[in-house]
Design a protein around this ligand. Structure first.
Ligand SMILES: [Zn+2]
Length: 187
């Protein structure tokens, strides 16, 4: 961009800013037409100043061949991504395929892991009651109870309760086939 272009473009853009400042619900149509013309003028100046427009949105191949269906319009990168997806689809089943469509409900495997917790409880003289946070780890829960028993005023008795929640897929409707999902991209 040379100095003359810079001057003209700067003036045109500042004028658009003024139009924006002055805009109200009462702005007449004639004024809007004027804004439109000034906007066009600014675009023309930009075209002159900015040089050849990139054909893709790819940082690596801005003027490379175009693939209209690719999120970044880059044929070279899209070809690379397609073959990578194909390899993943045909190759050994990945443990956790990358989720291209994030769900607010999350996903779970076909045979989800059961949940296990260990609950520290004490005898309060009447009944058993929870005396600490349920632990994911048995050893941790035992250490916690041992610490309570060594405390200054231990309860009459403590116990460790194993809570086990199992999950089982009962029935599946339809056939869950892995599909080649087009990336959503960040358009
Ligand atoms: Zn590219």
């Amino acid at each position: 961009m040379n100095h003359a272009q810079l001057t003209h473009l700067g003036r045109a853009l500042r004028l658009l800013g003024e139009h924006g400042e002055a805009l109200t619900a009462d702005t007449p149509d004639a004024k809007l037409q004027e804004v439109k013309a000034d906007l066009r003028r600014a675009l023309e100046l930009l075209d002159e100043s900015a040089g050849a427009a990139p054909t893709t949105r790819c940082a690596e191949h801005p003027n490379g061949p175009v693939d209209e269906s690719a999120p970044d319009l880059c044929l070279l990168c899209e070809t690379r991504r397609r073959s990578a997806r194909r390899a993943e689809f045909n190759g050994p089943a990945p443990q956790a395929p990358p989720s291209t469509a994030p769900s607010r409900y999350g996903t779970r495997g076909d045979r989800p892991q059961p949940q296990q917790r260990w609950l520290p409880e004490l005898w309060n003289g009447q009944e058993w009651q929870l005396c600490g946070t349920p632990r994911r780890d048995r050893r941790e829960a035992e250490l916690y109870l041992a610490a309570l028993r060594r405390g200054s005023r231990p309860a009459m008795a403590y116990r460790l309760v194993h809570e086990f929640t199992d999950y089982e897929v009962l029935r599946i409707w339809g056939t869950p086939v892995k599909v080649d999902i087009e990336p959503l991209g960040n358009l």
